[in-house]
Design a protein around this ligand. Structure first.
Ligand code: ATP
Ligand code: MG
Length: 412
């Protein structure tokens, strides 16, 4: 993509009301735009990252048998009354239709849709287990929305719902989901700072599990056992003051962001909707359920919180908007154009800074801000040696590489 044609422009300063690093950097670089508190447009550059995150998640969900569907955002009041959450969920957006005078909720989560939906398709033990998921926008009337895209009033979530004949089957799938979440966060580059965290299990299960990523912007406090690489959420630390794996009391208090959450719902939602199945003997049982969420905007924001410096973002290669940022400095457009064509033909995703009115300093500063993994600078000086200067974002060292050898150097 040619930088001269991008819909957005970079800015030197961030909007005054933005406090968090993720919002400041993502806004300055033209990845997102704040429409109002907690509501963001994802711009073309940001959407490239978002789509990569989405692809990582989708691949892992499919690998554990997830079938993708898409449920509506507009929900009937009756479903939410059945679970007691029309009144009970304080961050549910509710409103009345002007024409029909009917009440609706904007989906904050989808148990109220997926459980009645499953009633149409689950009747017998032969219909179980089932796993469905979606990647879809949620609406929550969050009290505070000051953490940039970490906490939105509208945001995208991957939510998977599993249906089982008994707790044993639910438990086994829950462990699979745990492993799959570990893979997702590793692939997204934050595996090293993300901890499986024991959290409250609600009324049904002893624990739920969160995936918490260490960072200063985090709104949660966790106590971690570095040896076992697990943590306990502060909300249950009174009941669980030692490491649940090794029993150590030597836990470290840290700030973290909850990037994902898995929960054994058991029969909490199958009961109000009477979602049952018949066993081999023809006897009725409530279906056992689990739910598994990941916030996509939050994950994207967390990656920025973890990987940035005072100059800008430092994208892990797996989610970077482009693999390579080609900068053409003054008087090199002919050679740089050619190189860009070659890279494109080889299938290397490149952002090409072909802008004519920007100084070298401005181009280099923008490259640092945008944070693409490889920076390739073509200048008159490098061309004297038929070369380009390559540098990894986040590292100081630069290297002069023959233009003919460029793609192999980048792949290595
Ligand atoms: P939190 O405790 O942070 O309010 P939650 O426990 O209510 O989140 P869940 O209902 O479990 O969150 O949602 C699943 C995932 O969706 C969370 O792990 C998080 O990654 C994401 N998420 C939840 N609320 C938001 C939000 N307001 N903005 C962005 N992502 C969110
Ligand atoms: Mg939570």
């Amino acid at each position: 993509m040619k930088q001269s044609t991008i819909f957005t422009k970079t800015t030197k300063t961030a909007p005054r009301e933005e406090e968090s690093q993720n919002a400041i950097l993502l806004t300055r670089s033209g990845f997102v735009h704040k429409e109002m508190a907690g509501v963001y447009t994802i711009l073309p550059l940001g959407l490239r990252v978002f789509k990569k995150i989405e692809a990582i998640i989708r691949q892992e969900m499919n690998a554990i048998g997830g079938q993708e569907l898409l449920m509506p955002s507009l929900h009937p009041k009756e479903n939410w009354e059945k679970t007691g959450r029309w009144e009970g969920l304080d961050n549910l957006f509710r409103f009345t239709s002007f024409y029909t005078k009917q009440d609706y909720a904007l989906g904050a989560t989808h148990e109220e849709i997926v459980v009645p939906l499953a009633k149409n398709h689950i009747a017998s033990y032969r219909d179980l287990p089932q796993y469905v998921y979606q990647i879809q926008n949620k609406f929550r009337d969050e009290k505070r929305a000051k953490s940039g895209i970490l906490r939105g009033r509208e945001f995208f979530m991957k939510d998977l719902y599993s249906f089982h004949k008994d707790e044993q089957d639910l438990d086994a799938y829950y462990e699979k989901a745990k492993d799959s979440y570990k893979k997702i966060f590793e692939k997204a580059g934050i595996g090293g700072s993300t901890y499986l965290t024991f959290a409250s299990g609600g009324t049904f299960a002893k624990y739920s599990h969160e995936f918490q990523t260490l960072c200063e912007a985090g709104e949660d406090i966790i106590y971690l056992c570095e040896k076992c690489r697990v943590a306990v959420n502060e909300e249950i630390i009174k009941d669980q003051s030692s490491c649940p794996e090794c029993g150590s009391k030597d836990l470290e208090k840290k700030k973290a962001v909850e990037v994902g959450n898995i929960f054994k719902l058991k029969t909490k939602y199958s009961e109000p909707f009477n979602l049952t199945y018949k066993d081999e003997a023809g006897e009725n049982h409530l279906v056992q359920m689990g739910c598994y969420g990941i916030g996509l905007n939050r994950l994207m924001g967390t990656i920025v919180e973890v990987f940035h410096d005072d100059k800008g973002m430092i994208w892990p290669e797996s989610v970077a908007p482009f693999k390579l940022h080609l900068l053409s400095l003054e008087g090199t457009s002919e050679e740089a154009d050619k190189l860009y064509e070659e890279l494109s033909q080889k299938g290397i995703e490149a952002l090409y800074d072909d802008r004519e009115n920007q100084s070298a300093g401005e181009k280099l500063a923008d490259a640092d801000l945008i944070g693409i993994p490889w920076r390739v600078v073509v200048s008159k000086k490098t061309l004297e040696q038929q070369s380009a200067e390559i540098k990894r974002r986040g590292e100081k060292e630069t290297k002069l590489v023959k233009i003919a050898d460029l793609s192999t150097s980048i792949h290595a």
